[in-house]
Design a protein around this ligand. Structure first.
Ligand SMILES: Cc1cc2nc3c(=O)[nH]c(=O)nc-3n(C[C@H](O)[C@H](O)[C@H](O)COP(=O)(O)OP(=O)(O)OC[C@H]3O[C@@H](n4cnc5c(N)ncnc54)[C@H](O)[C@@H]3O)c2cc1C
Length: 401
């Protein structure tokens, strides 16, 4: 066993670091969840997506025929980790396209769909920006309860219904949409299909939902007799549930290296702050309570790093990491919450200052983290849902649904 990355990966890490330092100079770092909110941030983010694509990094682990460069999962891991550490915007491009639409189309899309939809994602083009619409007001964790109807009419589906919490819908060119194609099923997991929706189709209404931090990430979507060609069906009609299980595993697998990069930098910021800040005539870093909290966070981050390596290694062996992806997501949520809380304990009332204010400490990083962690712990499946998966797949407990 050789417990280190090879020269190739270390060289890549160094290149990404240099790229980040030169491209991000003077720019306010916005998190992946923030970049689609303000027009100027989104514009910068799209410019960066293009540059990342030109560097060959954006979708590096995809096959060359789909615009990737056949990079290993380990190279991809290092890139995701380093890009998140530096907060490079545009590296997820609205998340869905790179994260799961491209990889899913390669497995259960048809050739025509692959040729049409994958290249713009890999090229970092605005046409490659996707959103994902699964959740509905009565179908979140209980995703199989979706009611948005798609009725076949000749060579079209007619869509009616509502989606909610659709991240990036206001920026996306395409939507990865889950619909009910057969309501007369005995098991609600059946009768669901996955279709590609052109966001320019008539009959779609997009209502913004601005979150408690004043950030516009997600939206409500309403469909009023929206027409979609049957050719946009992905995979097999009424088998969408099974396709989506795979898609969700793609969604969750990269969370550990991504969160780890972001959290690692935040911890470094907090540690630096403790070294230069005096409290009651003493350096904060000399206070045993503070030191122990920082040490606990460092240990947790080391564990997260190991989880990330394990999942990448399994993927490199062709394993679809269902339990591991759920475990990592649950653990990320826990680590982020603890880190954000330690950060706010350390900077105290400054944590309440607006992130763009000149009074904010640590570049608003801790406040941002604190505002983000509750949302992150719900997005891509709540903590309880992840634990249900761990119970089923790791411990052999009965299904939770
Ligand atoms: C930042 C963010 C971005 C998002 N982006 C998208 C997106 O792009 N597309 C999209 O489709 N959705 C998106 N979502 C929605 C997200 O997927 C749902 O919020 C999530 O699945 C939870 O569903 P819900 O909000 O309906 O809560 P509910 O499912 O109603 O859950 C409420 C509470 O009950 C618990 N609970 C529910 N079922 C069980 C169970 N079986 N066992 C134990 N506890 C349970 C939950 O853990 C939770 O604490 C996003 C959410 C957030 C916060």
């Amino acid at each position: 066993m050789d417990f280190k990355f090879a020269e190739k990966e270390e060289k890549l890490r160094d290149e990404v670091r240099k790229f980040a330092i030169s491209e991000m100079r003077g720019k306010q770092v916005v998190s992946g969840m923030e970049e689609e909110s303000r027009d100027e941030d989104w514009e910068f983010s799209m410019q960066m997506s293009k540059k990342l694509a030109q560097k060959g990094w954006l979708t590096m682990a995809w096959p060359r025929e789909y615009g990737g460069r056949d990079a290993s999962f380990f190279e991809q891991h290092v890139y995701i980790n380093e890009a998140s550490y530096w907060g490079i915007p545009g590296s997820t491009m609205g998340v869905s396209g790179i994260g799961w639409v491209g990889p899913s189309l390669m497995i259960f899309g048809n050739e025509e769909q692959r040729k049409k939809y994958i290249p713009p994602i890999a090229a970092g083009d605005p046409d490659g920006v996707w959103c994902t619409a699964y959740s509905e007001p009565n179908a979140g964790s209980d995703f199989a309860n979706i009611q948005t109807r798609a009725i076949k009419n000749g060579d079209e589906y007619i869509l009616n219904g509502q989606k909610i919490w659709t991240s990036c819908a206001h920026r996306a060119r395409w939507c990865w949409l889950a619909v009910r194609t057969d309501p007369a099923v005995t098991k609600k997991q059946h009768g669901i299909s996955l279709i590609i929706l052109d966001m320019k189709s008539p009959g779609i209404t997009i209502n913004p939902i601005v979150n408690y931090a004043g950030i516009h990430i997600f939206n409500e979507l309403f469909f009023d007799n929206v027409r979609v060609p049957v050719a946009n069906l992905v995979g097999t009609e009424n088998r969408g549930w099974y396709h989506l299980m795979q898609s969700l595993a793609f969604e969750r697998h990269s969370i550990a290296p991504q969160f780890y990069g972001m959290a690692q930098r935040s911890l470094e910021f907090i540690v630096d702050y403790c070294k230069v800040t005096q409290y009651n005539g003493k350096q904060l870093a000399a206070d045993p309570l503070v030191r122990h909290k920082l040490a606990e966070r460092a240990i947790e981050l080391d564990m997260l790093k190991m989880f990330g390596y394990e999942i990448t290694w399994k993927m490199s062996k062709g394993v679809i990491p269902i339990y591991e992806a759920a475990r990592n997501k649950a653990y990320c949520d826990y680590v982020m919450q603890r880190l954000a809380t330690t950060g706010t304990d350390v900077i105290g009332a400054y944590a309440q200052v607006d992130i763009r204010s000149k009074w904010s400490k640590i570049k608003g990083n801790i406040t941002r983290l604190y505002m983000m962690f509750p949302g992150l712990s719900v997005a891509a499946g709540t903590d309880e849902v992840q634990k249900n998966i761990v119970g089923q797949f790791k411990l052999g407990l009965p299904r939770s649904y």
